[in-house]
Design a protein around this ligand. Structure first.
Ligand SMILES: Nc1ncnc2c1ncn2[C@@H]1O[C@H](COP(=O)(O)OP(=O)(O)OP(=O)(O)O)[C@@H](O)[C@H]1O
Ligand SMILES: Cc1cn([C@H]2C[C@H](O)[C@@H](COP(=O)(O)O)O2)c(=O)[nH]c1=O
Length: 205
C-alpha cells in the first residue's frame, strides 16, 4: 500500500506521517517512511538551489527558472519512485511519503507554470492508493511555523501559501485518491481521521 500526506508548509505532515507509520508498525507491517524532496543527492541539490533564500540558489547571477525547478523536483521523484517506492511496494511494504507529485502540481502551479504541463511531466510517478490532504488556513500554518521564515518575505510567503492551499483543494476535485482532512483539529483527532480513511482503503482491498 502506498499513502501520501500532502498540505501547505506547516500543515502537520511530518507529525502525522510519523504517527501513521507507528500505527502500521504496531499492527505488524513493515513500513517505509519517506519524503520529498528526498535525502539523496538530487534532494540535496534542490534544497541548495531552490529552497534556500540565500546566494547558494543563484546560478550565473540569477535564480533558476520555475521550469528548471519543476524539472529538478521531477528528477528527484524519478529516482525516488524507481529506487525506493516501486521496489518497496512490490516487496509488500507500506510506503508513506511526506509529499509527492501533488506538491509539484500545487506549488509549481502556484508559481505560474501550466498545470497540464506539470501533470504530463509527472506522468511516470506511480499513483498512490490514498493521498491525505491536511487542509489548514494559512494564518494557522504561519503561527505553527512562526520564526522559520525571513520577516521581510513574510507577505510574499503568505500569498504563495494561500495560492498553494487553493490549488490543493482544486486538485482534490480532479484526483479521486485525494481525501481532505481538517488539520485545525488536535494532533490526536487528525490521526484518528487519517486512520479511519486508511482502514476504509484497506477494507476495499
Ligand atoms: N494539530 C496540530 N495542532 C497544533 N500544532 C501542530 C499540529 N500538528 C503539528 N503541529 C505543530 O506544528 C508545527 C509544524 O508541524 P509539522 O512539522 O508536522 O508540519 P509539516 O507540514 O511537516 O511542515 P513543513 O511542510 O514545513 O515540513 C510543529 O511545531 C508541530 O509540532
Ligand atoms: C516535493 C516538492 C516540494 N516543494 C516545496 C514545498 C516546500 O515549500 C518545500 C519542501 O519543504 P519541506 O519542509 O521539506 O516540506 O519544497 C515544491 O515546491 N515542489 C515539490 O515537488
Amino acid at each position: 500500500m502506498f499513502i501520501v500526506i500532502e498540505g501547505i508548509d506547516g500543515a502537520g505532515k511530518s507529525t502525522q506521517t510519523k504517527l501513521l507509520a507507528e500505527w502500521f508498525e504496531e499492527k505488524g507491517h513493515e513500513v517505509v517512511l519517506t519524503k520529498e524532496p528526498t535525502d539523496t543527492a538530487f534532494g540535496k541539490l534542490i534544497r541548495k538551489l531552490v529552497l534556500t533564500g540565500g546566494k547558494e540558489g543563484i546560478i550565473d547571477g540569477a535564480r533558476i527558472s520555475h521550469e528548471a525547478e519543476a524539472l529538478l523536483f521531477a528528477a528527484d521523484r524519478a529516482e525516488h519512485v524507481s529506487k525506493l517506492i516501486k521496489p518497496s511496494i512490490e516487496a509488500g511494504k507500506i510506503v508513506i511519503s511526506d509529499r509527492y507529485f501533488y506538491s509539484s502540481l500545487a506549488y509549481q502551479w502556484a508559481r505560474g507554470l501550466d498545470l497540464e504541463w506539470l501533470i504530463d511531466l509527472n506522468r511516470f510517478a506511480v499513483r498512490p492508493d490514498l493521498v491525505i490532504l491536511l487542509d489548514l488556513p494559512v494564518k494557522e500554518s504561519m503561527k505553527r511555523i512562526n520564526g522559520r521564515s525571513i520577516k521581510t518575505e513574510f507577505d510574499k510567503i503568505v500569498e504563495l501559501q494561500k495560492k498553494v492551499r487553493e490549488n490543493y483543494l482544486k486538485l482534490a476535485e480532479r484526483f479521486p485518491e485525494i481525501r481532505i482532512v481538517n488539520a485545525l483539529a488536535s494532533v490526536e483527532d487528525i490521526h484518528n481521521d487519517i486512520v479511519a480513511l486508511v482502514e476504509h482503503e484497506l477494507f476495499k482491498k
